[in-house]
Design a protein around this ligand. Structure first.
Ligand code: HAM
Length: 423
C-alpha cells in the first residue's frame, strides 16, 4: 500500500504557500511595529511542562497530546500550544531581568490529536504573542490593539471580538463554589466528563459541548456574577480604552477558554465563515502561570490564532492577494546556445527577478508553448546571431512591442521595468 501523509496533516503547495507567506510577512511587520521580538522554542518539551502549564483537566492535556518516551526513557510531548514553552523559556533565560515589558511573538506549528474537519488539523500553524510584565487593562489593550491593527492591514473589518472576565485568584474560588453548589443539584444529569470537572475545575463545564450539559449551563451562575471590585474595574477600564481605539467587541459572559492558565480577561475572535470551527483567534490574561511554573508573580497576556482558519476567513471574504508568479523574462534558446542561456539567466537572477530558461533541450515550438502557459512579461530569443551581436530582441508580451537591448544592459532594463510596474 502506498504511504500517505498522517491523518489530519497536510501537504501545502502554491498558491496556498504564497498566501501563508503573505500572512507571515504582514504578521511579522505588524509585530515589529509594536516592538515584539520573535522567539523560537523547541518543537517538543518535557511532558510535565504542558501538564502543569496547560492543566490536567483540559482536553488538550487529557486527550490530545502527542506524547512519547525518548530513548533515554524521558516522557516528551510535541507542543500542543505555544504559551507554556514561551513561559519555560522566559524562566530559563531570566527574562524577568530584561527591560520590562518583555514582548515576544512566534510563528510555529503545534500538534493536537483531534478529529480532523474543516479548519481543524492534527498539525497546524499558529501565530501567537506573549506580553510579560504589563498588568491589567493596559497590557490587554496593547494586545487587542495589535490584533485590531493586524486585521485592519489584512482588510478584515467585520470580525466579532468576544470578551469576558473569568475572575482572578481572589474571586475565582468564590465563583467555583457558587457554580459547584448549582451543579451539585444537577449532578446525575451531567456527562461523565462534567461530573469529574465538577470536583476538579467546574469552570470547564461552561465549555462542554454535550447538549444536556449545555441546557444545564444555560441557567448556571456566570463568572461575571462573582467578579471582585478589582476585576470589575479592570474590565471597565479595558472597555473604555477599546472604545477609544475604535475596537468593537461583544461581552460574551459564557466565554471560558479551553486552557487552565487564564485569569481575568479572556477573548476570542469568531467568524461566521468557518462553520463549526468558528474561533480563529483566542487568548487572554494568565497572571499566575509564571509563578505556577516556578517564577515570581508576573502579569502576562497573549493570544494565538490558527493560520489556516485566518486564511479560510480571508479567502471567504475575497481578501487574499493573488500573488505574482509570472516570470519577468523567458529566454528561448537552441541546442547550441542552451548553456549560454543558462549562464545569462543565472546572472539576471542575481537581481532577484524571476527568469525562466529551458533546461530540458526542448524544441523552439515546445518552449513557446511553455511561454504561453507561464505568461512571462517579456520573451527574448537567444540564438547564435544574438550571442555574436551581444544583444537580444525583447518582446513585451502585453502589446507585442519589441526592443533591442545589449546583453550587459538587460538586467538594468528589466529592473527598471519592474520598478515602473510597482509604482
Ligand atoms: P487555543 O484557543 O487553544 O489557544 O488555540 C488558538 C487558535 O488555534 C484557535 O483559535 C484556532 O484558530 C487554532 N486552532 C486550535 N486548534 C486547532 C486545530 N486542531 N486545527 C487548526 N487550528 C486550530 C492557545 O493555543 C493559547 N496558547 C493562546 C494563548 C496564547 N493564550 C495566551 N497566550
Amino acid at each position: 500500500m502506498s504511504i500517505k501523509a498522517p491523518k489530519g496533516c497536510r501537504d501545502i503547495f502554491e498558491p496556498e504557500v504564497k498566501q501563508i507567506q503573505y500572512l507571515e510577512r504582514v504578521y511579522r511587520e505588524t509585530a515589529e511595529a509594536y516592538g515584539f521580538m520573535e522567539i523560537r522554542v523547541p518543537t517538543f518539551e518535557q511532558t510535565e511542562l504542558f501538564q502543569r502549564g496547560v492543566g490536567e483537566t483540559t482536553d488538550i492535556v487529557n486527550k490530545e497530546m502527542y506524547t512519547f518516551m525518548d530513548k533515554g526513557g524521558r516522557s516528551m510531548t510535541l507542543r500542543p500550544e505555544g504559551t507554556a514553552g514561551v513561559v519555560r523559556a522566559y524562566l530559563e533565560h531570566g527574562m524577568a531581568n530584561w527591560p520590562s515589558p518583555v514582548k515576544l511573538y512566534y510563528n510555529y506549528h503545534v500538534f493536537r490529536y483531534e478529529r480532523p474537519q474543516k479548519g481543524r488539523f492534527r498539525e497546524f500553524q499558529q501565530f501567537g504573542m506573549e506580553l510579560f510584565g504589563a498588568p491589567g487593562a493596559m497590557g490587554t489593550a496593547e494586545i487587542l490593539s495589535f490584533l485590531h491593527s493586524f486585521f485592519q492591514r489584512l482588510g478584515l473589518h467585520d470580525y466579532s471580538l468576544q470578551l469576558n472576565s473569568i475572575g482572578c485568584q481572589d474571586c475565582r474560588p468564590v465563583y467555583n463554589e457558587t457554580l459547584r453548589s448549582y451543579l451539585a443539584l444537577h449532578r446525575e444529569a451531567l456527562c461523565p466528563d462534567c461530573q469529574s470537572r465538577l470536583e476538579r475545575n467546574p469552570l470547564r463545564c461552561l465549555d462542554c459541548k454535550n447538549p444536556k450539559c449545555q441546557e444545564i449551563m444555560a441557567e448556571a451562575p456566570l463568572p461575571s456574577d462573582c467578579l471582585c471590585a478589582s476585576c470589575a474595574e479592570e474590565e471597565a477600564a479595558l472597555l473604555e480604552i477599546l472604545a477609544r481605539l475604535g475596537v468593537s467587541y461583544e461581552l460574551n459572559r459564557q466565554l471560558v477558554r479551553g486552557l487552565d492558565y487564564y485569569t481575568g480577561t479572556v477573548f476570542e475572535f469568531v467568524s461566521d465563515e468557518l462553520g463549526a470551527q468558528s474561533a480563529f483567534c483566542g487568548g487572554g490574561r494568565y497572571d499566575n502561570l509564571v509563578a505556577e511554573l516556578g517564577g515570581a508573580e508576573t502579569p502576562a497576556v497573549g493570544f494565538a490564532f490558527g493560520v489556516e482558519r485566518l486564511r479560510l476567513e480571508l479567502e471567504a471574504k475575497g481578501l487574499l492577494p493573488e500573488g505574482e508568479t509570472r516570470p519577468v523574462l523567458q529566454l528561448i534558446s537552441f541546442a547550441d546556445t542552451a548553456d549560454e542561456a543558462l549562464i545569462l539567466a543565472a546572472k539576471l537572477r542575481q537581481t532577484g527577478l524571476r527568469i525562466e530558461t529551458d533546461i530540458l533541450g526542448r524544441s523552439f515550438k515546445a518552449q513557446m508553448k511553455q511561454a504561453s502557459r507561464l505568461e512571462p512579461q517579456y520573451i527574448a530569443i537567444l540564438g547564435v546571431d544574438e550571442l555574436a551581436a551581444g544583444q537580444v530582441e525583447l518582446k513585451r508580451q502585453a502589446d507585442g512591442q519589441t526592443e533591442k537591448i545589449a546583453l550587459e544592459a538587460l538586467a538594468q532594463f528589466l529592473l527598471e521595468g519592474e520598478r515602473r510596474c510597482q509604482n
